[in-house]
Design a protein around this ligand. Structure first.
Ligand code: HEM
Length: 500
């Protein structure tokens, strides 16, 4: 009896000690820091991700978390910095910030997510500032985005944010959470920890759009639906979702075409292409209003909506025009098991028609950037990117809508991860979106992101009543404000290569 009661008091004591210890830990999250709009793929569960990772030997506790979270950030601040004092930066990063860096594995469960996701990535000049001299085997990264502006179709750099003109941005912190207050306090924690070892060069605050627009980009279309599933992280792709070898996104893993050129510490990292893409929303809407598709029985509004949907390849709900060619189908858009399940080919064929644009123009943004059966199935293009961007800037004001003119900047803080910028972001922009002969002759530009150095853009196939009609766009509805290319290293590289 005596023994039992002292055993019981031991347990009470242990429990008290445990809760005292827990009280010193960061409060556990009970809800995700990410948004989960209907229609977008969900992250795998922790146990599913662990099982998937074991099959290909992917170390999910060594890979930074933003790489796998897609377009589901709620509030995010991008803090672009220069390294003022490398030795001091290294030691402060190691002691003050490294413990905060969020991993892919942590993101798979609410209770392991931090209050604010913290990730960091470095530009090529940043690697130089830190004396990390290995060649990473990526020419676009080495050259930097400024040198790439012409290749991407930018009309010079006159529209670029001035801080992106130059090569003195050494790195970027990405800080994401579910409230502005959480992000702000973590920004303060990081900048305080680093003190004057960095200079803060430029900050961009971004946020998911409010209410029913959550998950939609500023033109109004649901975004992030068709991100690929990375084998070894998510082995249960949704119907129609691309399933890509880990090395298409993660450097040094199976399927990385440049695996032999990578230094060992680069394994588990990923190249991050950042672009600040301004969107001229009132001007885009005016263009749709002025140019409705004149289909039999259509009102002007229906014709304008159809034009917008054919420019994107999806309706605003996310429903693909290939599956719902004449009207939006919100139930389809919200159903992730159906909204990505198409190939542009009919009747299970492995190739699409080279002439039929009745269901979806060849020029549609999503067809240009992932042509599916247009390049033949099975789809192994090696040109998938993992998009992780988020809208920035306010909603359109009444006066902007009334004047059809943007007065306050808004757009997409575009982020893509890939194991090769030349195969990923740069290729998609340069050789697909900006290439008028892709995927068929007279396809014209991608009407959303295609760029012609500021000159007019011709776009084919938008009018289903006359697919041979070419529409000339005199306005770039998406304006490049520049950006930079970064490398997002593994946590072990941060600990062993970047901070010693
Ligand atoms: C402001 C600029 C942009 C806007 C408004 C925009 C909008 C959209 C929308 C609404 C979708 C459909 C949702 C989905 O399928 O996930 C989409 C898909 C996509 N976008 Fe963009 N996007 C922009 C920039 C870019 C850029 C710069 C690239 C790459 C160079 C890009 C590549 C893609 C890809 C690969 C897809 C998925 C296509 C598929 O798998 O079917 N986007 N975008």
């Amino acid at each position: 009896m005596k023994l039992t009661s002292s055993f019981a008091s031991l347990i009470v004591c242990a429990v008290t000690l445990a809760s005292a210890h827990d009280a010193h830990l960061e409060a556990r999250r009970t809800s995700s820091l990410l948004i989960s709009p209907p229609g977008l793929p969900k992250l795998p569960t922790a146990s599913a991700a662990t099982a998937a990772a074991a099959t290909v030997g992917l170390n999910l506790t060594d890979i930074q978390g933003d790489i796998v979270t897609g377009m589901t950030k709620n509030r995010e601040t991008f803090l672009f910095f220069g390294i003022a004092d490398a030795p001091s930066f290294k030691s402060k990063l190691r002691s003050g910030v490294l413990p905060l860096i969020t991993t892919a594995m942590q993101m798979t469960k609410n209770s392991t997510q931090p209050t604010t996701l913290v990730n960091v990535a470095f530009s090529h000049t940043g690697l130089g500032a830190l004396n990390v001299s290995d060649t990473l085997g990526d020419g676009a990264f080495t050259g930097g985005q400024l040198a790439d502006a012409g290749n991407l179709g930018d009309p010079g750099t006159s529209h670029w944010v001035s801080q992106f003109v130059g090569t003195n941005i050494h790195g970027v912190f990405l800080l994401a959470s579910d409230t502005d207050a959480n992000v702000a306090s973590t920004v303060t924690a990081v900048t305080t920890a680093l003190g004057d070892s960095i200079t803060q060069i430029y900050t961009l605050q971004a946020a998911a759009r409010p209410g029913a627009e959550q998950g939609h980009e500023h033109f109004g279309f649901l975004d992030g639906i068709s991100n690929p599933a990375i084998q070894g992280f998510d082995d249960s792709p949704l119907p129609g979702q691309a399933s890509v070898p880990p090395g298409e996104i993660i450097v040094g893993e199976t399927g990385d075409p440049f695996i032999s050129q990578r230094p060992p510490w680069a394994i588990g990292g990923s190249f991050l292409a950042f672009r600040q893409l301004e969107q001229l929303v009132p001007e885009f809407n005016k263009f749709l209003t002025d140019n409705p598709i004149r289909a039999p029985g259509f009102t002007d509004q229906q014709g304008s909506d159809l034009l917008g949907a054919r420019m994107v390849g999806r309706w605003k709900s996310g429903a693909p025009v290939f599956l719902s060619p004449l009207a939006d189908d919100p139930a389809l858009g919200a159903d992730p098991t159906r909204n990505n399940n198409f190939t542009y080919a009919l009747n299970g064929s492995s190739t699409s028609s080279s002439t039929d644009q009745s269901r979806c123009p060849f020029s549609a943004h999503i067809r240009k950037t992932r042509p599916r059966a247009d390049l033949g199935l099975p789809e192994n293009t090696g040109r998938h990117i993992l998009r992780g961007g988020i809208p920035y800037g306010p909603e359109v004001s009444d006066s902007e809508a009334a004047s059809n003119t943007t007065s306050t900047e808004r757009g997409l803080a575009f982020v893509s991860y890939q194991s090769s910028i030349g195969n990923g972001f740069q290729f998609l922009q340069r050789f697909w979106a900006d290439n008028t002969g892709f995927v068929e002759q007279n396809t014209g530009f991608d009407p959303i992101i295609g760029a012609n150095k500021g000159a007019n853009r011709t776009v084919g196939g938008l009018d289903p009543t006359d697919p041979s009609r070419t529409i000339t766009l005199i306005t770039d509805f998406v304006v490049s404000r520049g950006g930079e290319y970064f490398f997002s290293p593994s946590l072990s590289a941060l600990a062993n290569t970047f901070t010693v």
